[in-house]
Write a protein that binds this ligand. Sequence first.
Ligand code: SF4
Length: 376
Amino acid sequence: MTTTTGPIDLTGKFVASRRRPPRHWMDLTPAQRVESVTELGLPAYRAKQISSQWFSRLETDPANWTDLPVAVRQPVVDEFFPTLLVPIREQFADAGLTIKTAWRAFDGAVIESVIMRYPGRTTICISSEAGCGMACPFCATGQGGLQRNLSAGEIVWQVHDAARRLANGELPGGPARVNNIVFMGMGEPMANYRAVLAAVRQIHAPAPDGLGISARGLTISTVGMVPRIKQLIDEDLPVTLALSLHAPDDELRDELVPLNRHFNVAAVLDAAWDYANATRRRVSIEYILIKDINDQAWRADLLAKLLKARGDWGWFHVNLIPLNPTPGSKWTASRRSDEQAFVTHLERAGVPVTVRDTRGREIDGACGQLAARTRP
Ligand code: SF4
């Protein structure tokens, strides 16, 4: 298995990270936790006790870690529990059931995450990078470029905080558990592969080593970093892959997703098919509908043809997303009639398709908008 050591540029080359966040308990594997508490002069079993407080009880106040002697709590906190993210702005929509948080990291980088509550389930959309280097022109995050990759701890922090607030009934709608986590906030998750996979393992690991959330509830999105999709196949984790396609032809996709010049439509669809075929998990094909740019019926027909050419067991599902325009952008959402025609053409071709709901539109709902407006 290949491992990455830092961010990746548009050509897939690794580049050095400039500043690293402080190390946190959530950056460590269970074995590293045991090693670390031993180095601190504590018995190895303290590692499980600390993990139980943090991951199982979601208890963040060390004063309540009553199974740990008072004298060791502060050294443990000082060593392993730095504050990684501070909430600096929060917006509520949909009667409080959509909550968007902008966070400030240790170096001033601002990222965001969103909690979306539905009847019987809760989804968290999280960021994997501060900014993004993929430069998709319709995306608020893409306009600011990449600041840096997030650490595994910073990624899991977004989930841990949401899980804790939900469990404690601190959010509108009453107590709940996290069911789904989607890596669809700021950043290209596959460009921060090592930290994202470390985070996935912690989120998935049964308590007390992690949050115990089923990998089937985890979705990793990508604009098409083909080598990383192939690498993910070998991880043997039943996570869902979401391929952000946005256009079925290279001429337009080169413009909408600049990475397409390195990994074109055929290459990314082949890799997505390989993922589906190897994992027997349906891939979600994400397609943002942009008025008069990519929403023509002939593109729906071409999309259906390309998907069905690769396999006929329903290995894909098309998720159409009405564009939430960035302020000042020339891109805007499709007309309802064009959106409906696009759906009809896909359905006629036998393609499973849904149109994503537009949760949080009134709260800078598009990826990166709140963070962009909150940046110092
Ligand atoms: S759409 Fe996704 S990959 Fe493209 S710039 Fe925005 S965050 Fe990055």
